[in-house]
Design a protein around this ligand. Sequence first.
Ligand SMILES: [Zn+2]
Ligand SMILES: [Zn+2]
Length: 358
Amino acid sequence: MPSTFAKVPQSNRSLRKALLLAAAVILGTLGATAVAHTQENQNAAPQAATPLSGPGATQAPANAEVHVMHVQGKVYMLVGAGGNITVQAGDDGVLLVDTGLAPMSQKVLAAVRSISDKPIRYIINTHVHADHTGGNEVIAKAGETIAGGNVVGDIGASAGNQATVIAFQAVLDRMSAPTGQTPAAPQGAWPTDTYTTHEKKLYFNDEPIEIIHEPNAHTDGDSIVFFHKSDVVSTGDIFVTTTYPIIDMQRGGSINGLIAGLNHIIELTTPKAMQEGGTMVIPGHGRLCDQSDVKFYQEMVTIIRDRVQKMISKGMTLDQVKAARPTLDYDPRYGADTGFWTTDKFVDAVYNSLSQKQ
Ligand SMILES: [Zn+2]
Ligand SMILES: [Zn+2]
C-alpha cells in the first residue's frame, strides 16, 4: 500500500507541503541513524577506500523502512533505501531511477509492488555511488527487458532476461574496472545500456523521458531524468536538501560542473504562477522540492563558490580560506562538524576544485 501521503489531494498544496515537511523530519532522523551506523562500521573495520560509496552510507540499519509517496502524474518517490528512488509506473511497466542500497533491495521491490504489479522494464542510474546502484542486481533480475528495438547497445550475455539498466558510460567504466583498490561491483549490477552523448531519450508509459548527462558535477557520470508529462525531474546527488553539495573529486566531480547542473535543473523546471508547485524535483537525498527550493540552493552554492574564488584570487591558502569561514551564514542549515560530508570537506572540495587546472 502506498503511504497516506499518496492520498493527499493535489489541490491542497499547503497541507501537502506540511505533511512532506513532517515526513522529512522523521526521515531525516532515520538518515542520520543510517550515517551514524555506517560510521561505526567503518571505524570497526577500517578499509583502504570506501568502494563506490555515496554520502557515507553503504549499509542500512536492519529496521530501515522504505516509504512510498506519490509525486504527481505517473511518478512516485521512494524514501529510506539510501538515495531517493524515483518510480514511474503505467501500462508499459515500471521504470526506476536508482535502486538504493543493496541490503534494502527486497524492501524496495515490495514498495514498487505496492505501486504496480507490471514488470520492471528500466532502471536508470543517476551515478555510480552504492546508495544509488546497490539494488541494481536484485531489482534488475526481478524485471524483464522489452524485446526488440528498445534494446540498443545491450552488452549481451550479461543482460539476459532482466530490466535494462541505463547509465552514462562513466558509470559502467567505474563499476566494471574502477581504478585503485576499489573492487568492481558485481557484474549483475552493471549498466547494460550506456550513452556517451549529451542525452538519451526514451518513450515509456505514454511520456517522453529525457536522460541528460551533466559533466563533472557530483561525479563524472551524472544523469538527471526529466519526465515530461508528469512534470518531474529526478536529480541524483547534484541536488540534495540535507547537506552542502557533495563533490566527489576522486570520481571526477567539480564545483563548477555541479553549479552548471543546478542551473540546468532550474531551466528544466516551471513554477506555477504566483504559487508553489509546478514541476516537482526529487533530490538525491532529502525531501521533495520544487523550483524555488532548487533556486535557493543554487544561489547558496554559487555565492559560496564566488567567495572562495575571490579568496583564491587574492592568493589565500586553504587554511586561510577556512579561517575566513566562507560558508558561515549557511552553516546553521547545511553545515556539519561530524559525519560523512562536513563543512570542512565541502570547503576543501570547493577550494581544490577551483584551484585545479581546467
Ligand atoms: Zn552520490
Ligand atoms: Zn547519494
